[in-house]
Design a binder for this molecule. Structure first.
Ligand code: IPD
Ligand code: CA
Length: 263
C-alpha cells in the first residue's frame, strides 16, 4: 500500500464521502417504489458527497484548485495543483440500487495526474495509485491482465445513454465489430470502476466515447501504474479533450484500438 501523506489525505476524503453515499444508497432502495422515485434524492446525495470532498481536501491542502462534476471549476491560489472530482461515478447504478458506483478523485500537478483514488463504498473496494509508486487494490499490488488475444478477453465499454444519441450510430458499428472478435463484453455503468477493473486485471480492456475528465482522471493513473496502456481512440494522449478512451495491456490495447479504428 502507498503510505504517503497525500494518499492518506485522498483516501480519508474518499472514505468520508463514501460513508455518506453508503447511507444514502440504503435510502434509495426505499424510494425506488415511491411514485416520485429517488431522482431528487440521488442528486442531493451526489452534491453532499462533493461538498464533503471539497471541504476535506480544501482543509488538508489549502489553495489547490478543483474541477468537479457538479460544481465545475474552482480556481485555487496554487496554480500548479488541481483536484479532479467525481463524487458519484455510476449515478444511474446508484439510482437503480445496483452496487457498482464510486467516489473518484485525482490530483493534477503541473498538468500531470500524479495520484488517483477510486472507492466503491458499497463493496468497500479501495483502488489507489501514485505516480512511480504502483497501484493497489485494498493493500494488494495491482497488475493488468496478461492475456494476449481478444477472443480470450473480457472487455468493458460504455454504451451511450438515450441522451447521448449523437454517439449511437458510431457505437453500434463499434459494438458489432467488437462482438465479432472479443470473447466477452461488459457494460458496468461506472467509468472509474471500468478502469479499476482493467488495472486489477479482471477486465482486459475498456473503451468509451463521450466521457468526461472527472470520469477517468483517477482511473487513468490506476491503469498506468498497474502496467497498462491508456490513449484516446487514435492512439494519442488527448483522452480529456477528445472525451474518449481506450485501455488494456500493451497487446490488448493495440488490438482493441485497431479493431475500433477499422469498425
Ligand atoms: C457516467 C458513468 C458511465 C459512463 C458515462 C458517465 P456518472 O458518469 O461513468 O459509466 O458511461 O459516460 O457520464 O454520470 O454516473 O457520474
Ligand atoms: Ca462520472
Amino acid at each position: 500500500m502507498i503510505r504517503s501523506a497525500l494518499m492518506n489525505v485522498m483516501t480519508a476524503a474518499a472514505i468520508k464521502a463514501g460513508r455518506g453515499l453508503k447511507r444514502d444508497y440504503g435510502e434509495v432502495e426505499n424510494l425506488q417504489v415511491s411514485v416520485k422515485g429517488p431522482g431528487d434524492f440521488v442528486t442531493a446525495a451526489d452534491q453532499r458527497a462533493e461538498k464533503t470532498l471539497f471541504e476535506e481536501l480544501s482543509r488538508a491542502r489549502p489553495g489547490y484548485g478543483f474541477l468537479m462534476e457538479e460544481g465545475g471549476v474552482v480556481e485555487g491560489s496554487d496554480k500548479s495543483h488541481v483536484w479532479h472530482i467525481d463524487p458519484l461515478d455510476g449515478t444511474s447504478n446508484f439510482l437503480h440500487g445496483i452496487p457498482i458506483f464510486a467516489v473518484s478523485l485525482a490530483l493534477e500537478r503541473d498538468g500531470q495526474i500524479v495520484a488517483g483514488v477510486v472507492y466503491n463504498p458499497a463493496t468497500d473496494d479501495m483502488y489507489v495509485a501514485e505516480k512511480g509508486q504502483g497501484a493497489f487494490h485494498n493493500n494488494r499490488r495491482m497488475r493488468v491482465a496478461a492475456r494476449r488475444t481478444l477472443a480470450e478477453s473480457m472487455v468493458a465499454c460504455g454504451i451511450p445513454p438515450l441522451a447521448g444519441i449523437a454517439h449511437h450510430a458510431r457505437f453500434q458499428t463499434e459494438l458489432a465489430a467488437a462482438m465479432a472478435k472479443i470473447g466477452n463484453i461488459r457494460r458496468l455503468g461506472a467509468a472509474a470502476i471500468d478502469l479499476a477493473m482493467v488495472a486489477s486485471g479482471r477486465c482486459d480492456g475498456y473503451w468509451e466515447r463521450g466521457i468526461k475528465p472527472w470520469d477517468i482522471a483517477a482511473g487513468i493513473i490506476l491503469v498506468r501504474e498497474a502496467g497498462g496502456f491508456v490513449t484516446d481512440l487514435s492512439g494519442g494522449s488527448d483522452m480529456m479533450t477528445k472525451s474518449e478512451i481506450c485501455t488494456g495491456n500493451e497487446t490488448i490495447h493495440r488490438l482493441l484500438l485497431d479493431l475500433l479504428r477499422k469498425a
